[in-house]
Design a protein around this ligand. Structure first.
Ligand SMILES: Cc1ncc(COP(=O)(O)O)c(C=O)c1O
Length: 447
């Protein structure tokens, strides 16, 4: 059974002035609030107040809810409360930036990461250390042995930063085996769980994960809070990334005493509502029980594979068959630009997907098989500010809130698009690389 989400029957405008119930197949980007998360926020609102320093009853209540959420999160990700702390950054991106800053890396330190990463788990490391990459095979996967080979190169790395699940292909690297190899070498294991956390149960302790980051908006709590869970020791000393109120115990004109963790790393007024929402989301995922969620995910994956296999000229990227995967698919329709497929799905069928490179450019270059010359060509094009017809793919992604029927609608729509290439003439390609219906007079905001 799928999770109840807000807005799952919203009518959206489609071509010709009609409306259709929205089919959301863009869950890897962001998810709507679940009914229970929205209700938890609604119930909390009358109690909302600034936390930590307020003496009023509402401040005390809000502070307690905020602090309690750290315990819920520790349980949700199976971390040890004796050793681990939870911070509430905005999202995974902020979490990774914060962590890379706080690990006190030297320019000579080595961080091992992989070509399959989202930019959020690549760029923060490049700013602070040397980065060494685990490459991917043509199907976008790597093996434990390949990771070990890169870990064993010299100089020895300090950190392994790896995704728990790909936002492009849905592939789940064998994290426990990889983490065990990294830990055996004294390497800190950091997992980007932005995609993993909404879909699979996690036990940091059992899987050997030292640090984990996730985003509430990808797990039905789109109120602006994420989580960074890591060893207390990492956050106990040193300067925080953001400085200001709340992160200090005392400030003189030439001296500052930083607060103990986790306050030290949460300067400024925290996002209490976001944290209440995130708390409700992880409680809901835990209380539903993973068995039902995993069963639903399996059905979604089988149906996604079945529907896409029935579309003539559809090329899929990433591993198929028995590989451990989330119900997420990246593909192209032969002869049809990815942005046009995405636009036709939206404007003719009310289906929301994403197209492009999904903030994982190096991974897409590998999956699409671009050679050095093609890669340089498209980068030159971007440097010149031209965004038309850039390489990329279409991504359909589902989540615990996706009904199975949505995938049948996707299959039907893609078969129709593949069979009616002449309809491309009804779309204009804009300078931003988007396709819009040539005669579309129905602005979304006035719909
Ligand atoms: C695997 C992965 N990591 C990191 C991120 C970044 O998440 P956020 O935009 O919430 O910071 C995303 C978002 O798509 C993702 O899919």
């Amino acid at each position: 059974m799928h999770l109840d989400v807000i807005g799952d029957r919203t009518l959206v405008p489609v071509h010709g002035g009609r409306t259709r119930p929205y089919v959301n197949l863009d869950c890897a980007a962001s998810t709507p609030p679940s009914v229970r998360v929205a209700a938890a926020v609604e119930e909390f609102l009358p109690w909302y107040s600034s936390i930590h320093r307020g003496a009023g009853a509402k401040s005390r209540y809000s502070s307690e809810r905020y602090e309690q959420a750290r315990d819920t999160m520790l349980r949700f990700v199976g971390a040890d409360p004796a050793t681990h702390a939870v911070l509430f950054p905005r999202n995974t991106t902020e979490a990774m930036n914060l962590l890379a800053f706080r690990l006190d890396l030297d320019r000579d330190d080595v961080v091992v990461t992989t070509v399959a990463e989202h930019h959020s788990n690549l760029l923060p490391w490049r700013r602070h250390a040397q980065v060494r990459y685990v490459d991917v095979a043509d199907d976008g996967t790597f093996t434990v042995e390949q990771v070990v080979a890169v870990l064993d190169q010299q100089p020895a790395p300090r950190v392994l930063a790896i995704t728990g699940a790909s936002n492009v292909t849905g592939w789940l690297p064998p994290i426990a085996a990889i983490a065990s190899a990294a830990r055996a070498r004294g390497v800190l294991v950091v997992v980007d769980a932005a995609q993993l956390a909404p879909h699979r149960p996690i036990s940091m302790t059992e899987m050997g994960i030292d640090v984990l980051a996730l985003s509430g908006h990808k797990m039905h709590a789109p109120y602006g809070a994420g989580a960074l869970v890591g060893p207390q020791a990492v956050f106990r000393t040193g300067e925080p990334m953001l400085v200001g109120g709340g992160a200090v115990t005392s400030v003189g004109l030439d001296e500052v005493l930083w607060a103990a963790g986790p306050d030290r790393d949460e300067a400024g007024s925290p996002n209490v509502i976001g944290v209440v929402a995130l708390d409700a989301a992880v409680r809901e995922l835990s209380q539903r029980g993973w068995a039902g969620t995993l069963r639903h995910e399996r059905q979604l994956l089988d149906e996604l594979d079945r529907q896409l296999a029935g579309v003539p000229g559809l090329v899929r990227y990433g591993p198929l068959g028995g590989a451990d995967r989330l119900p997420v698919a990246a593909f192209n329709l032969e002869g049809v630009p990815h942005a046009l497929v995405a636009s036709r799905l939206s404007h003719e069928f009310g289906i929301g997907v994403r197209s492009g490179c999904f903030c994982a450019h190096p991974y897409l270059e590998r999956l699409l098989g671009l050679d050095e010359e093609q890669t340089q060509q498209y980068r030159d094009q971007v440097r010149q500010g031209q965004h038309r017809l850039l390489p990329g793919a279409v991504r359909a992604s589902t989540g615990p809130g996706t009904p199975l029927e949505h995938l049948a609608e996707l299959g039907h729509a893609l078969r129709h698009i593949a069979a009616t290439p002449e309809r491309a003439r009804g779309y204009d390609l804009t300078d931003s690389g988007e396709y819009l219906p040539a005669d579309d007079t129905h602005a979304l905001l006035s719909a």
